[in-house]
Design a protein around this ligand. Structure first.
Ligand SMILES: *[C@@H]1O[C@H](CO)[C@@H](O)[C@H](O)[C@H]1NC(C)=O
Ligand SMILES: *[C@@H]1O[C@H](CO)[C@@H](O)[C@H](O)[C@H]1NC(C)=O
Ligand SMILES: *[C@@H]1O[C@H](CO)[C@@H](O)[C@H](O)[C@H]1NC(C)=O
Ligand SMILES: *[C@@H]1O[C@H](CO)[C@@H](O)[C@H](O)[C@H]1NC(C)=O
Ligand SMILES: *[C@@H]1O[C@H](CO)[C@@H](O)[C@H](O)[C@H]1NC(C)=O
Ligand SMILES: *[C@@H]1O[C@H](CO)[C@@H](O)[C@H](O)[C@H]1NC(C)=O
Ligand SMILES: *[C@@H]1O[C@H](CO)[C@@H](O)[C@H](O)[C@H]1NC(C)=O
Ligand SMILES: *[C@@H]1O[C@H](CO)[C@@H](O)[C@H](O)[C@H]1NC(C)=O
Length: 371
């Protein structure tokens, strides 16, 4: 009994020791002596809060990576220093951020007269920031009917729009946002300004069915397409103001691509040397960095890419044998006296002389040798 307790204690001690060892291996996020969080939002370099903590760009195409954190609010509020857009999330790997936007709302009374609209700021500009609206993950949505929603770019030209029509019976309305009560359209890449417009259709025509089942309020907004699920029908009858998340893509954009950026080693944002890679981005000009295979961390920081100890997570690297970590890689071999496929579970089999002995012992010898 006593021995069991002691054994358990030893085991527990070993487990705790191992857990602390793993926790001590902190991956770099921000520059030294810089804060790396605003509330529960991680702020990775090249973004930063306070002087010396963010990527400082010089020249005509320079963009501002500086962020501000208002700790006075609960939860603390993170905004970009240039346009004060509120940010909810920043990702190094995906090169994305999430921002919040107020939906544009127009409401009408039962006879079609104007009955009110949102008064909050519903446009968004990303000018001077490294962000662009994500053309792959964000959609323009016009909600309610009848509703023509569209928006213009900074230069006043139309960019995208769609039309949502009503149907006589609510029951007959299909679930997804495909033009009945709700419509959506894709947006082009390279977009840094969004100002939505709602076009009303005054009543008075003979086309009764055009207005039947019209919704009291109509909305237009840019939104993360994953988040917005029109199957969630409660959206349709809304009359209030609400915020929507929109996905932004960021990149180092003062130089158009990697090959041009490599020309100036002091300005080049990928700081990991041979341990980091540079790749061109698809949305707008610019490039991003990632740590090379075998390394993890923050490729935008000097010495920010750290060797991955693959042997700590053997299963994830399908190593079912003796694992040895090396800088940037690892080796995996069957234990001595065995051989086979070390990449599959139980793939290492005892070498032949052992196999024979084992088979005899377990009585399998006769089974496997009989025809
Ligand atoms: C941060 O906290 C808020 C609530 O305070 C929560 O809704 C949100 O999911 C959290 N975000 C992350 C990234 O943990
Ligand atoms: C939306 O509007 C409200 C005021 O109605 C404001 O408090 C809030 O910050 C706005 N949200 C955004 C993302 O601008
Ligand atoms: C609807 O609004 C219009 C214009 O604002 C007004 O003239 C009309 O009386 C309103 N109708 C009802 C039923 O409230
Ligand atoms: C919207 O409101 C109308 C009238 O109140 C109601 O008949 C309809 O069921 C509502 N639709 C949804 C999806 O809640
Ligand atoms: C990279 O940018 C430079 C300068 O703008 C341009 O001349 C070059 O063609 C670009 N290279 C690629 C691969 O796009
Ligand atoms: C290289 O980048 C640094 C820092 O941004 C800048 O001061 C310098 O002028 C650049 N050099 C050239 C040749 O463009
Ligand atoms: C780095 O990014 C490139 C381009 O997205 C990708 O092909 C590559 O697999 C990434 N490397 C690592 C180690 O994640
Ligand atoms: C290992 O893989 C599992 C499942 O794919 C994943 O949930 C986990 O985060 C991975 N662990 C590491 C350290 O990469």
């Amino acid at each position: 009994m006593a021995t069991t307790v002691v054994l358990l204690l030893i085991l527990l001690h070993l487990l705790v020791a191992k857990a602390t060892a793993a926790a001590q291996r902190q991956l770099p996020v921000a520059r030294p002596r810089c804060r790396d969080r605003c509330g529960n939002i991680t702020v990775p370099y090249p973004f930063g809060i306070g002087a010396g903590c963010y990527r400082d760009e010089a020249g005509a195409n320079s963009l501002r990576f500086e962020l501000e954190c208002d700790d006075g609010r609960s939860p603390p509020r993170l905004v970009d220093a240039n346009q004060k857009n509120q940010l909810a999330d920043l990702s190094l790997d995906a090169g994305e951020a999430r921002a919040y936007l107020n939906a544009t709302r127009h409401c009408y009374n039962s006879t079609g007269g104007f009955a009110g609209r949102n008064t909050n700021k519903a446009y968004m500009t990303l000018l001077g920031t490294p962000f662009l609206f994500s053309s792959t993950k964000s959609r323009l949505v016009a909600l309610g009917c009848p509703n023509l929603g569209y928006f213009v770019h900074g230069d006043g030209y139309y960019v995208s729009g769609c039309m949502s029509v009503c149907r006589p019976s609510q029951e007959a309305m299909p679930g997804p946002c495909t033009g009945i009560g709700c419509c959506q359209s894709e947006i082009p890449p390279g977009l840094h300004f969004f100002e939505p417009t709602i076009r009303n259709f005054p009543r008075g025509g003979e086309d009764f069915s055009f207005y039947s089942n019209s919704t009291p309020c109509r909305y237009v907004f840019l939104v993360d397409k994953e988040w917005f699920s029109y199957t969630d029908r409660v959206f349709l009858n809304r009359t209030d103001d609400f915020d929507v998340p929109v996905v932004l893509d960021w990149a180092i954009r003062n130089v158009g691509n990697c090959s041009a950026a490599r020309q100036n080693t002091t300005d080049f944002a990928c700081r990991g040397g041979a341990r980091s890679d540079c790749f061109d981005v698809a949305n707008g000009p610019g490039y991003r960095c990632n740590c090379s295979q075998g390394y993890e961390g923050n490729p935008y920081l000097d010495n920010g890419c750290i060797d991955i100890d693959e042997c700590e997570h053997k299963e994830n690297y399908s190593c079912y044998g003796v694992c040895t970590n090396t800088i940037g890689s690892y080796t995996c071999q069957c234990p001595p006296g065995t051989s086979g496929d070390v990449k599959v579970k139980s793939g290492c089999r005892p070498d032949d002389k052992f196999t024979l002995a084992l088979k005899v012992v377990t009585g399998n010898f006769l089974k496997t040798t009989s025809p």
